[in-house]
Each structure stands twice: as structure tokens, then as C-alpha cells.
Design a protein around this ligand. Structure first.
Ligand code: NAP
Ligand code: HSE
Length: 433
């Protein structure tokens, strides 16, 4: 079979990681694909750079047409990021009958339905394994490996940058900003790192995971999103004293009332495997009816781990595996369900609360009275000594499960007490049992 020529839109961390894996493992990959796969051109903004010898065969170009309209190129890899012009160019590639492989979760989560519809028209593949959890083949696992199951819920550490920051803060007491700078230097972070630390990147990934798990259209706007920027070293230490780890978690759960979609910092019992997933590693725990719980673990970001997923997609596309066998979201398009998405106020979960209070009698009684009036039960209390010279103490509470709307009104009432200072820190708690 003739070699397959690949054009890359973007030649940064992911683009170069992909070309490196293709070049270094060329013989092994061609035995798998049935033909040679060659990364021949890469689109960049600035061609003034020196490439390693292994990538010297890749021609750097600045005109997208030289890839999108090149009849020799049959597979386009989108590794640029962002909404536009990535969406426009990807649709043009699809319109020109080229298969597309993308690592861009923002694009799939927001415009996937449009892109898949265009691909169905021209009969090409759009593959996106690298868009979720870097090097972990979790899209393939859920869409194909779990095809016999009804999925109940899934929970994942799906942003490598956030997990790296939380781990370094906990283990080495490092500052948030300092670790974020390192994550950027290592190529883990998004071009705009607020996407990582404010949970938007994880929300993009959760949108995709929920669609392939439950067979619903992509619904990014329905995801409740909180990042890690408010987590302090104190919260990390208090959580550990109570036997928990704080992880930034994406959760999708199917309930009788609808689907919960949420991304936020979460206290997880430290004995759970997923609580021990550290650094840039990601993990996705899927709970399904036939198989029970399964856990997928691996590098969540970085050049070659992500390149590994992109190359796997290219091999699938070249084998003709996807379009023939696997619908884009794993379920036949006409059967995608119109299941309602739950508002966050309807979600039931347990909570960690850190309250800064005056160190005086009666404060705890007031807090307990307000919680009891909303039927919120306290599971554990941790009360610390005030710092020398201060009259304020942190009070840490763990509650039992309660509807989030009830917790919102309890927090508002407690914050209005004269003996309470500032905002109450609230972190959700999941047992993941
Ligand atoms: P990156 O290192 O910043 O690389 C982006 C590349 O795209 C650069 O080569 C850049 O050109 C090129 N580019 C961007 N806009 C362009 C434009 N308008 N015209 C021409 N070229 C353009 O980004 P990355 O980390 O590889 O991420 C790329 C995508 O992969 C993103 O969607 C990201 O979310 C996703 N992803 C990243 C990782 C990771 O670990 N980094 C993992 C999974 C998925 P110049 O070099 O000339 O600036
Ligand atoms: N910025 C992303 C992360 C890249 O840190 O997880 C991988 O998708």
C-alpha cells in the first residue's frame, strides 16, 4: 500500500510529539497500519526554528492551504488549539475529504456536533483520543471496550496541570504560581493557563466523556465548573488530617432525574487508588453495570504521551477502523438521547467547610443550629487553636450528603453571623465507593 502522507496544523508540544513518535517507531507503526505513515508538512506561524534531526523531513509551512488543499495529504492532524481558525480549517479539511485527528478538546466539546455532521456527509473520520486524558486510551476503552455496559457514573482526574500543581503544593509546599510556571515550561498547560486552573479544560474533557458514556449530544454549557485557584495549603493539610486528598475531579453521573456534569476540587478518601494519582498523571474511574468499576491511568499531558494517542488515531483512520465501526460519540447518531442535565443546586454530595470564626463561646452552637435547620448532618469537626495574637480560629466541618441548594442557603446564613469572618471555603466530598 502507498505511504500515507500526514499534514499537521500546529507543530508545538503535541505536533512535534506526534511527529517524533511517528518517526522513531516508523517500522513498528507501519506493520500495524499496513503502510508507511509520513508526517510531511507542519503549519506554524513562525518557521524560524531549528528542528531535531529526527524531524528534519517535516516541511514547515505558514499557508494553511498548502496542507488543507494538498491532494497528496489524506490525514490532517489538528494540534494548534483554540476555537478559530482551528474550527474553520478542520471543517475545510473534512470538506476536502481528508480524515482528521485532533487533540483539541475545546473544539470537540463546543463544535463536535457540527464537525461530526460535516464528516458524516463526506464520509471521513474525525478522531480525538488525544483530546481527553493525554496518553490514556480512554475514549477507545469507553466507546468500544465498554460497549456492552450501561454506564452509571465516571469520575476523572483529567487535567494534568492542575494535578501537578496540587501534588507539588502538597508534597513540597511549593507556591501555586511557581508550579504553574513549571507546568507551562514542561508543555503541560494550555496556551491560556486559566483554562487549566479554572477547570475549563477539564470541563471540555468531561463534556466529551459524558457524551460517549451516556449517548447524549455534547453539552459543554451544562457543566458546573470550578478550578483549583482557591485551594490553600491549609485545606490540603486539613483534608489529610481527616484522611482525605484534594483532587480536581470531573464527575458525570446518570440519575433518575437527569445527568450531573461537574468539575471541581473534591475530597477523596486517601485509600482510594484515584486519590493517589499524582503529578501530571491522569486517571478515569468508570462505574458500569456489567463490568463494575474500571480504572484507566497514565500521563495526562506532554509531548510523547499525547503523540501516542494521536498516532493511535491515525493508525485507526488508515485501517478504516473508525468510520466503518465506531460512531463519533460511540452511539448511533440517530439514537443520541435527550436526557436532561441537572442544575448544580439539585446535585447531592457531602461537603468540607472551612469557616473562620471568632474564638468565643456559642459560635459552634450557632453553626450547628443553622445546619440542623437545613437537615445537614455533621460527620466530623476539626477545631484549631488561633494563631498567636489572633482571636480567629479555623473550624473544619465534614457533612453528610445533602442537596447542594440546601448547602448554599446554609452557607449564606452562616456567613451572615457577626462571629464569622470572610467567605466559607466549601469543597465537595466524594467517597467514590
Ligand atoms: P503549542 O505547544 O502552543 O503548539 C501550538 C502550535 O500551533 C504551534 O506550533 C503554533 O505555531 C501553531 N499555531 C497556533 N495557532 C496558529 C495559527 N493561527 N496559525 C498557524 N499555526 C498556529 O500547543 P500544544 O500544547 O501542542 O497544544 C495543541 C493542542 O493540543 C491544544 O488543543 C491542546 O489543548 C491540545 N493538547 C495538548 C496537550 C499537551 O500536553 N500540551 C495534551 C493533549 C491535548 P508557532 O509554533 O509558530 O507558534
Ligand atoms: N493542559 C492540559 C492538561 C493538556 O494539563 O491536562 C492535556 O490535555
Amino acid at each position: 500500500m502507498k505511504p500515507v502522507k500526514i499534514g499537521l496544523l500546529g507543530f508545538g508540544t503535541v505536533g512535534q510529539g506526534t511527529a517524533t513518535v511517528l518517526a522513531r517507531n516508523a517500522a513498528e507503526i507501519s506493520r500495524r497500519a499496513g503502510c508507511e505513515l509520513i508526517a510531511c508538512k507542519a503549519l506554524v506561524r513562525n518557521t524560524d526554528r531549528e528542528l531535531p534531526a529526527m524531524l528534519s523531513h517535516v516541511e514547515l509551512v505558514t499557508d494553511p492551504a498548502s496542507i488543507l488543499d494538498d491532494p497528496e495529504i489524506s490525514v490532517v492532524v489538528e494540534a494548534m488549539g483554540g476555537d478559530e481558525p482551528a474550527r474553520d480549517w478542520l471543517l475545510r479539511a473534512v470538506g476536502n475529504g481528508k480524515h482528521v485527528v485532533t487533540a483539541n478538546k475545546a473544539l470537540i466539546a463546543q463544535f463536535g456536533d457540527e464537525i461530526f455532521a460535516a464528516a458524516r456527509k463526506t464520509g471521513v473520520d474525525v478522531a480525538y483520543e488525544a483530546a481527553v486524558a493525554g496518553g490514556i486510551p480512554v475514549i477507545k476503552a469507553i466507546r468500544e471496550g465498554l460497549a456492552g455496559n450501561r454506564i452509571n457514573w465516571l469520575a476523572g482526574i483529567i487535567n494534568g496541570t492542575s494535578n501537578f500543581i496540587l501534588t507539588e503544593m502538597r508534597d513540597k509546599g511549593r507556591d501555586f504560581a511557581d508550579v504553574l510556571t513549571e507546568a507551562q515550561a514542561l508543555g503541560y498547560a494550555e496556551a491560556d493557563p486559566t483554562f487549566d486552573v479554572e477547570g475549563i479544560d477539564a470541563a471540555h474533557k468531561l463534556t466529551i466523556l459524558a457524551s460517549i458514556a451516556f449517548g447524549v449530544p455534547l453539552n459543554f454549557d451544562a457543566v458546573y465548573t470550578e478550578g483549583i485557584s482557591e485551594i490553600s495549603r491549609d485545606d490540603t493539610a486539613f483534608a489529610e488530617e481527616l484522611g482525605y486528598r484534594i483532587k480536581h475531579l470531573g464527575m458525570a453521573r446518570k440519575t433518575e432525574a437527569g445527568i450531573e456534569l461537574r468539575v471541581h476540587p473534591t475530597l477523596i478518601p486517601e485509600r482510594r487508588l484515584i486519590a493517589n494519582v499524582d503529578g501530571v498523571m491522569n486517571a478515569v474511574l468508570v462505574h458500569a453495570d456489567a463490568v463494575g468499576p474500571t480504572l484507566y491511568y497514565g500521563a495526562g499531558a506532554g509531548a510523547e504521551p499525547t503523540g501516542s494517542s494521536v498516532v493511535a488515531d491515525i493508525v485507526d483512520v488508515v485501517r478504516g477502523a473508525n468510520s466503518a465501526r465506531v460512531p463519533h460519540l460511540g452511539f448511533q447518531f440517530e439514537t443520541l438521547a435527550d436526557t436532561p442535565m441537572l442544575a448544580q443546586s439539585e446535585v447531592e454530595t457531602a461537603f468540607y467547610l472551612r469557616i473562620t470564626a471568632e474564638d468565643q463561646p456559642g459560635v459552634m452552637a450557632d453553626i450547628s443550629r443553622i445546619l440542623a435547620s437545613k437537615e445537614i448532618s455533621i460527620e466530623a469537626i476539626l477545631q484549631k487553636e488561633p494563631d498567636p495574637g489572633s482571636t480567629r480560629v479555623p473550624i473544619i466541618l465534614l457533612t453528610r450528603k445533602i442537596r447542594e441548594g440546601s448547602m448554599d442557603s446554609a452557607i449564606a446564613e452562616i456567613e451572615s453571623l457577626a462571629t464569622i469572618h470572610g467567605k466559607i471555603m466549601r469543597i465537595r466530598v466524594e467517597s467514590l465507593g
